[in-house]
Design a protein around this ligand. Sequence first.
Ligand code: NDP
Length: 444
Amino acid sequence: MEYIHTVMETVKKRNAGETEFYQAVEEVLESLKPAIAKHPEFQQAGLLERIVEPERQIIFRVPWLDDQGKVQVQRGFRIQFNSALGPYKGGIRFHPSVYVGIIKFLGFEQIFKNSLTGLMMGGGKGGSDFDPKGKSDNEVMRFCQSFMTELAKHIGADTDVPAGDIGVGGREIGYMFGQYKRLRNEFTGVLTGKGLTYGGSLVRTEATGYGCVYFTQEMLKDRGTSFEGKTVVVSGSGNVAIYAHEKATQLGAKVVAMSDSNGYIHDPQGINLDTVKQLKEVERKRIKEYVHTHKNAKYTDGCAGIWNVKCDVALPCATQNELDEEGAKILIQNGCIAVAEGANMPSTPGAIKLFLNNKISFGPGKAANAGGVATSGLEMAQNSQRESWTFEETDNKLLRIMGNIYAASKNAAEEYGFPNNLVVGANIAGFLKVANAMMAHGVV
Ligand code: NDP
């Protein structure tokens, strides 16, 4: 379609070298073809041209003092991508690979993901090339304070509400919240993923992993099966991976492999989650340490090898492009029936094509990992009402939202002529809501 081609060419020209951003935009625009064909008014309104251009991009210097008294300088980002549906909302990532192209891809995905949750949230994302690994608590605190000193000028409970992502968990959110409160002299729900003692929501820590499993449960139900007795591989061993493991296990599955950026562990008897939590959440150690206390488990260097482990269900929960065509082929050969993305864009376009062509149930990240931001939305609601809901109440809301996202994606796929293609379904369902709001707002 000429219109989509032209928009894609402009994206490449304007955002030179930002390959992850092109990849995310291309995937969405390709699958929007049937929706654009049905709505010629979108072209006249320049809707795609507007939706691929962030409303605001903030790039700033983050100087901080390390433990040796040396000044270090990082780069900070906040991309306020689209506010058609509500205040910008999306996590903050601290990882050395962060540059504007990664934050833009994540911010772009976030627009449609947030729309799918049914809550009123726009899309944004932020981060820095700071690497929290190997830093002392004091170094992390000084960095977070410096980062927030600039970011505070641009965010607010009704403007832009960041949360966590890779490298940003409860500790970092706490330091950033403390600094925001001090700078602004206000105690508001400006960040989500907060600690329970100062306005956090129960279930937020578990939400992305649990939500991904709830979504997968719906896919399995449609195939006439469930998690009971299934063998599962979960890549990563961070926040999303740990709670995907927890919920899959509660539903009767056995998780046999997990990883970090150095390598993966395989424990045919099922990976002991308490050990992983202790290593990763408390001691901040590497996953290979697991085999010291679990003699049946084996550690292998290189995280991509995890897809060689035979499984029924694969949940990539680490990072972008971690599951390529080669990994997809092995999963399919080994009889895997379902793949759901806990991470953002973990499957390459080639891998996705293979899954869809081989009738593997495939849950794209935008839909399958939306439980995290959905529960952030619930945290915002509780903060506004000065209330806190019980674990059970919040978990039930999460379960219901994931069921709704699945139904909306499945129905849109059918309506637009791509039955069972949840990539097309999630993109169209997420897009239409944003597009209709943008049309109503006029040329802004
Ligand atoms: P964490 O920082 O808690 O964990 C990240 C995990 O992924 C770690 O095991 C890490 O290993 C691994 N990892 C990171 N970078 C790489 C890499 N380049 N190659 C291989 N492995 C890597 O992050 P989260 O669990 O919060 O996030 C994981 C994914 O889920 C991301 O894609 C994120 O965007 C997405 N997501 C997160 C949400 C949330 O609520 N937290 C919400 C929705 C999506 P190591 O320790 O070695 O770095």
